[in-house]
Design a protein around this ligand. Structure first.
Ligand code: SAM
Length: 285
């Protein structure tokens, strides 16, 4: 009954601490313990694991994470939420950082609170207004994260887990899947939040590829190449790439053909591995 995901408790905590719900911080508090347990189960946390939570809010997810983890490092931007989080969870294994997660060096914070931890699990009900920047920050700048189980808007979840031939497949799918195996886990109805968001949500699991070694020689070129290939979805690969590459159409077509990819195809039919190969070929051309 005193779960921090109980609708009455959420209202009581807001009232007791004089906290207003802040839309600008993407605050939608999860009020369903079954869903919270499903998220935490999907993270497969063992007692030796260090967990990072982004946006603990009133602590709905935190209350399920803390007993399972060795340490929990949490980032919360809203100063009004800090006292209730500190008073309820404060202890030797809980480290609350009151700051914008996008301004932090995650690996430095992990090293400070959990020295040597290099297989960290991130679990979060993400603030939706910055879902993609948070994902990309974790994927691109941390060498210590091994897995993420995160809730986001349903459409973004579809996009990052999409494979060729599915309409949601785009350059974001490639950017994420280049660094992690992305699995769509389950959909979450908007009715289990206070306040209810405008759209449904979904939980995604990202298992980071073994090392963070580059899979292409020039990552900046690779990502620019992929974005260019998808620039105008209805255009062929050949036409989109022609606008990006300083090469004749005939040369581009010949190179694509030599790699077994016809220029008349569209980017949404090309696999990640084919993109990796093509980027290497055209970077050398
Ligand atoms: N974990 C809670 C739950 O599931 O009920 C709250 C989730 S709510 C969708 C997102 C949380 O992220 C809010 O607590 C919000 O204040 C926090 N937040 C928003 N932007 C943030 C940022 N840039 N850095 C850290 N926390 C942020």
């Amino acid at each position: 009954m005193n779960s921090r995901a109980n609708p009455k408790t959420v209202q009581a905590l807001l009232k007791e601490h004089g906290i207003g719900i802040k839309k600008k911080y993407g605050q939608n508090f999860l009020i369903d313990d079954n869903i919270l347990t499903k998220i935490v189960d999907a993270a497969a946390i063992t007692p030796d694991d260090v967990v990072v939570e982004i946006g603990p809010g009133l602590g709905g997810l935190t209350q399920h994470l803390l007993p399972r983890a060795k340490r929990l490092v949490a980032y919360e931007i809203d100063k009004h939420l800090i006292p209730t989080l500190e008073s309820h969870f404060g202890g030797p294994s809980f480290h609350l950082i009151h700051d914008d997660v996008l301004k932090r060096d995650l690996d430095k914070d992990i090293e400070r609170f959990a020295p040597g931890a290099d297989d960290v699990i991130v679990v979060a009900n993400l603030p939706y207004y910055i879902t993609t920047p948070i994902l990309m920050r974790c994927l691109e700048s941390s060498k210590r994260i091994k897995r993420m189980v995160v809730m986001m808007q349903h459409e973004v979840a579809k996009r990052i887990t999409a494979t060729p031939g599915i309409k949601d497949y785009n350059s974001l799918s490639i950017a994420v899947q280049y660094r992690a195996k992305a699995t769509y886990l389950f959909k979450v109805s908007k009715s289990v939040f206070i306040p209810a968001p405008a759209v449904d949500s979904a939980v995604v699991r990202l298992d980071f590829h073994d090392t963070h070694r580059a899979r292409v020689e020039d990552e900046a070129f690779f990502f620019a190449f992929v974005r260019a290939a998808f620039k105008q979805r209805r255009k062929t690969l050949l036409n989109n790439l022609h606008e990006f590459l300083a090469l004749d159409k005939a040369d581009i077509n010949a190179q694509l053909h030599a790699e077994g990819i016809e220029g008349s195809r569209r980017a949404d039919t090309v696999t990640l591995n084919d993109f990796i190969r093509l980027a290497e070929v055209f970077n050398d051309a």
